[in-house]
Write a protein that binds this ligand. Structure first.
Ligand SMILES: *Cc1c(COP(=O)(O)O)cnc(C)c1O
Length: 374
């Protein structure tokens, strides 16, 4: 293994794996396709500015965030290219969006009018991506009601103070085998495009990670997230290269008598004489508490079970039958160690959640250790 930090626990992040994964998205939608990697939630928990630095060589068309604050943080970090804010923004946040030249996904007439007003007073056009709700039901102008909102919105988008840059929708089930609903949503989106008849410079984009691989060039443009970060996107679709590994050091090794208990609630009891290793990581680091008595760690090249409940700062593994483990050794909770591997998606499934939630739940107290940066 690589030289590792002195920390008690950390996340190894491979910049090279990020690039390999994004390159696969480019290959799927076409080399000259419009691809905007999503770096919201601090780059799916790994560090948005570091992700931007790692992916910059592939020259994507811009960067996607969820909030205006995230966009401002990119600007503060020196990102000068296009940044698009995808979640609907509260009225209070719109001024900063124009101020920092962030494009905004708009879901309602009120926001569009407010942005046009701010832009006019500021003397700088508001960059707009119009979101269409084709079934997600959380944001966007309702596709089925385009006859009602289309004329007013179409007119606003063609005013001086507005730069209409994009028109997009978001799929709800592209990650399920066969991508049920993708065709239906695409067709609803197509009807709206026909009705609004946007000028040619308006970019149409529809694809999350899974849809980029299902639709290829037909996606228009892609906004990939989880695939780039190493999360699986559907059992019938390509598998990404793992990006993040969660490591923790052993801080105690003990041989226990039959009947010894471990963790809050004493939910595990040694049936025979056992050896336990305490790992310096817990749910306070984002290791899902649901992995107690279910999850595994890799230690000394072996896959060992986690025993007892996971604490905020500590977790115990049963290393019975394994010699030579001592304080300071490195355990892997997510990732590869030799021939053994615990994938991000395995951990998510065991914890009853998805890779997205595991990644974005990784706490800031874990240093992110980047490799292959350049
Ligand atoms: C998060 C997000 C994506 C990325 O989705 P993945 O499933 O992570 O690829 C794309 N578009 C929008 C609007 C999003 O909010």
């Amino acid at each position: 293994m690589r030289p590792s930090p002195d920390s008690r626990a950390w996340i190894d992040v491979s910049a090279d794996a990020l690039r390999v994964n994004l390159r696969q998205v480019f290959d799927a939608v076409g080399r000259d396709g419009w691809v905007v990697p999503m770096v919201k939630a601090d780059g799916y928990g790994l560090g948005a500015l570091d992700v931007v630095r790692a992916l910059q060589p592939l020259a994507p068309a811009g960067w996607g965030v969820a909030t205006v604050d995230e966009g401002v943080a990119l600007r503060d970090g020196g990102v000068v290219g296009p940044v698009i804010v995808f979640s609907p923004s509260p009225p209070q946040a719109l001024r900063a969006a124009v101020e920092f030249d962030l494009a905004v996904a708009v879901s309602d007439v009120g926001s569009l009018e407010a942005l046009a007003g701010i832009a006019e007073r500021r003397g700088r056009p508001a960059r707009i991506h119009l979101e269409i709700d084709t079934g997600m039901g959380r944001a966007g102008f309702p596709a089925g009601q385009v006859a009602a909102w289309g004329p007013r919105v179409g007119a606003l988008l063609r005013t001086e103070s507005v730069r209409w840059e994009g028109l997009h929708t978001h799929f709800h089930s592209a990650d399920e085998v066969g991508g049920p609903g993708v065709e239906e949503q695409l067709s609803a989106f197509g009807t709206v495009v026909e009705t609004l008849d946007p000028p040619p410079e308006v970019r149409l984009h529809t694809a999350n990670s899974a849809a980029a691989f299902r639709l290829g060039a037909a996606a228009g443009g892609a906004r990939p997230g989880i695939f780039v970060y190493g999360g699986a996107i559907g059992r019938d679709l390509p598998v990404p290269r793992p990006v993040a590994s969660l490591r923790a050091r052993v801080v105690r090794v003990v041989d226990v008598e039959p009947g010894a208990t471990v963790g809050y609630g004493a939910t595990y009891r040694a049936g025979v004489a056992e050896r336990w290793a305490t790992l310096a990581v817990g749910y306070g680091d984002g290791l899902p508490r649901a992995l107690g008595n279910r999850g595994h760690a890799l230690l000394a090249g072996r896959k060992v079970p986690l025993v007892g409940r996971i604490s905020m700062d500590l977790t115990v593994a049963n290393i019975s039958g394994i010699d030579g483990v001592e304080a300071g050794n490195v355990a892997t909770l997510v990732g590869r160690d030799g021939v053994e591997e615990i994938t991000l998606d395995e951990v998510a499934a065991q914890a009853g959640t998805i890779s997205y939630e595991v990644l974005t739940g990784l706490a800031t107290r874990l240093p992110r250790i980047w490799t292959d940066v350049d």
